[in-house]
Ligand binder design. Sequence first.
Ligand SMILES: Nc1ncnc2c1ncn2[C@@H]1O[C@H](COP(=O)(O)OP(=O)(O)OP(=O)(O)O)[C@@H](O)[C@H]1O
Length: 316
Amino acid sequence: MSEKLLEIKNLKLHFNRGKKNEVRAVNDISFDIFKGETLGLVGESGCGKSTTGRTIIRLYNATDGEVLFKGENVHNAKNKEKTLEFNRSMQMIFQDPYASLNPRKKIIDIIAEGIDLHGLAKSKEERTKMVHDLLETVGLNRDHAGRYPHEFSGGQRQRIGIARALAVKPEFIIADEPISALDVSIQAQVVNLLKKLQREKGLTYLFIAHDLSMVKYISDRIGVMYFGRLVELTTSEELYKNPLHPYTKSLLSSIPLPDPEHERKRRRIPYNPDDHDYEENENVEMREVNPGHFVLCSEKEFKEMNATASQASTNS
Ligand SMILES: Nc1ncnc2c1ncn2[C@@H]1O[C@H](COP(=O)(O)OP(=O)(O)OP(=O)(O)O)[C@@H](O)[C@H]1O
């Protein structure tokens, strides 16, 4: 899993740029996404997860920085064909499947939007067959093609959203809180469908979530965001076992524990951002504290983390 599908380099997205009240929704973040992996992106509401996803996929023009897809800059495509190819290769699944499905369109036309746009079907029959196959792929059936969005449950609508994304044979899918609007009983079904599709089609996911237990289950690696910054990035296992950034520690301590006895004693570890002078301190960057484990820190913090890590390994 070492081939880079996407490289996000010093990406920035500021709203109201140049004016007062500028919101640095994405503030200089860099990371790679490897082919075939699921990279989870977590953090509290408003930290910039959705804006990061939307900027990667070009729903927003980046204020600064680069997004490379297979080595090519997606914000600066060299011609119209390239732009269309990026549009096709990178798809998005949204949180609220109802809001993202046109209520006046039949399911067949919703799913076939991308097929039509990219001219992927040679005939009407082929278009219909493609939609029928897609419906079956996502666990629905061909009879659903002639119905309208309001005739479906939340989970079924999300399956329709997934079929629409798959219709153009993408390589990379951003799933932006795809299960948060669904009943808990349905959430695992949709996540399992996404995992199955990933295995079968070799898809790569950026999975945006604030439910920390579900994101652990689906992700190979997880990035933690705080106020527009990526503060930590490592494998799911390592993140939960050995969180290093104080904000990650605080965020993980907010997860309720299943055992009522432990849950009663659980306290959220406070996080004080004033402990880090990130805006002023140019010395702060993502540093690799352990192999593959990146933490946003100053050189001083980096040395302290390394000293703690070697102390821990001496003691064990
Ligand atoms: N279109 C916009 N115009 C101005 N500010 C925006 C816009 N969209 C988002 N923001 C601001 O950018 C910041 C990041 O928002 P974003 O939606 O990316 O966060 P998030 O982590 O995805 O949150 P949530 O989990 O609530 O979706 C927030 O301060 C938000 O208010």
